[in-house]
Design a protein around this ligand. Structure first.
Ligand code: UD1
Length: 442
């Protein structure tokens, strides 16, 4: 039965939420456990759907994943790693993009990997060409198969000199998870340097890997023949923290985000302050609040770390609809990440999308046909509307907008938000949101 979330808006969100391990690290650390010759322990694991998907994928490859009933910590044991049938793996197709990161660990463990057609958020084409190109450079053989791709290490995997066309997070992780046990030295230029990548490097170093982080986005990895299990506490989810921060501002509220880490949110906090939001860094997190008065319009450009992260953009746009004046957001990481603004416009926001780069830096999408700049004119009173959740961050943003709006909204597809936000509805209700989940009449 489909579920619909009914949201009665107009109430500020106030209270405390706790964020746990980062969605953009935890599944990758789970995959890394495949590389060890002894069990790994991963702590601070959130209850999100991406963790369930990776648990399922690891299970069919013979890796046991035991969850501590009190702490939620995972113990991952790869001792009986084995190949899985393409039918079993295919059952996960469309659920997540994580399967692509199984390539290196599976090739090192059992010689080959089958990668189903990939899902993930609908935010542009999200190709995997960088992944396949680096895997070929390591010596992997990539064959097209029905419903996916088979990748094998028939001739072994050797270190390579690599240069990414763009500092892709996923492709950097692909290189790390493959290079640590490849024969010889790998040099990766134009690598992503996100905090979640640095945490994955810490995981791999605990396992026995040798990874040097050099200046100018360069990683040098010296392959080793053997890795052991790790014991690691995942870094907190900065993207969830930033989402709740924007929710506080959009609804005129006050939210203490326990677990939020100032250093990983530096670019976000600067933007938040310029917009007129207040924050206090406290012992166990960061308190975000609307201090009253008007919010200021802004010009924001998304970028790779240490810039303003693309996943912070959509919730911030909702807050910008409540700023007095004209704001501009230039999305330079994904070509198609403004689809969610349709529903905001139906709720009363004034947002125009443009193909031009409306920022200080021309980006990869400028001379092409992508609506990747947004002009937001505020302050716009929002009213309730019915909408379908389009993707993880866009969906969160719709729900915040509905909470900031006068009147009632109905959201379907709310389960998509569970991919990356732990206990989403419980947290909303804990912050005083008037929301109710009910079965939809078909
Ligand atoms: C990860 C994050 C996501 C975040 C993104 C950028 C996870 C699970 N997801 O996604 O939340 O928004 O980083 O910080 O960690 N690209 C290609 N070819 C490729 C790979 C990527 O053209 O083979 C392009 C993408 O289309 C996109 C850009 O590179 O335009 C960045 O993508 P990437 O950094 O790889 O994102 P993900 O790792 O998928």
């Amino acid at each position: 039965m489909n579920k619909v979330l009914t949201i009665n808006g107009g109430q500020p969100l106030k209270g405390t939420v706790a964020v746990r391990g980062a969605k953009n690290l935890v599944p990758k650390a789970m995959v890394a456990a495949l590389l060890g010759d002894s069990p790994s322990v991963l702590r601070n694991v959130p209850e999100i759907k991406d963790v369930d998907v990776v648990t399922g994928l690891l299970n069919i490859h013979g890796v046991t994943v035991d969850k501590d009933s009190v702490t939620g910590d995972l113990t991952l044991n790869p001792a009986a790693a084995k190949s899985a049938s393409s039918k079993e793996i295919d059952a996960y197709a469309g659920d997540s993009r994580i399967p692509i990161l199984f390539c290196g660990p599976l090739m090192h463990t059992i010689g080959e990997a089958f990668i189903p057609d990939l899902g993930g958020c609908r935010i542009g084409d999200r190709p995997i060409d960088y992944h396949l190109n680096v895997l070929r450079e390591f010596g992997a053989v990539v064959d097209k198969a029905p419903n996916g791709i088979t990748i094998s290490a028939r001739n072994g995997l050797h270190g390579a000199k690599l240069h990414l066309p763009f500092p892709s997070v996923g492709a950097t992780e692909q290189v790390l998870l493959t290079a640590v046990k490849a024969h010889g030295v790998t040099e990766l230029k134009n690598a992503a340097m996100e905090p979640e990548i640095m945490d994955l490097i810490s995981v791999l170093q605990k396992m026995g890997a040798i990874i040097n982080v050099r200046s100018e986005r360069t990683l040098v990895i010296e392959g080793v023949t053997q890795l052991r299990g790790y014991d690691h506490t995942a870094l907190p989810d900065r993207n969830e923290g930033a989402s709740w921060a924007s929710a506080a501002l959009a609804t005129g509220g006050d939210i203490l985000v326990q677990g939020a880490d100032q250093k990983d949110l530096s670019a976000f906090l600067n933007t938040y302050r310029k917009l007129g939001g207040e924050f206090d860094v406290v012992g166990d997190g960061i308190r975000f609040y609307h201090p009253g008065g008007e919010l200021n319009p802004l010009v924001v450009e998304t970028d790779v770390h240490p810039g303003f992260m693309t996943d912070w953009q959509q919730p911030l746009v909702v807050a910008l609809t409540q700023a007095q004046g004209v704001s501009i957001v230039h999305e330079t990481v994904y070509e198609n990440r403004f689809g969610f603004t349709d529903a905001l416009v139906r709720m009363g926001a004034t947002i125009q999308l443009h193909r031009e780069c409306l920022g200080s830096n021309p980006c990869r999408f400028g001379q092409r046909d992508f609506l990747h700049s947004a002009v937001i004119t505020g302050r716009a009173p929002l009213h309730g509307a019915d909408f379908v959740i389009p993707d993880l961050r866009g969906g969160f943003s719709h729900v915040i907008a509905a909470l900031a709006a006068e009147g009632t909204s109905n959201a379907s597809g709310i389960e998509l938000i569970n991919r990356g936000y732990e206990h989403f509805l419980d947290k909303l209700q804990g912050l005083g949101a008037d929301v109710e989940l009910r079965d939809a009449a078909l």
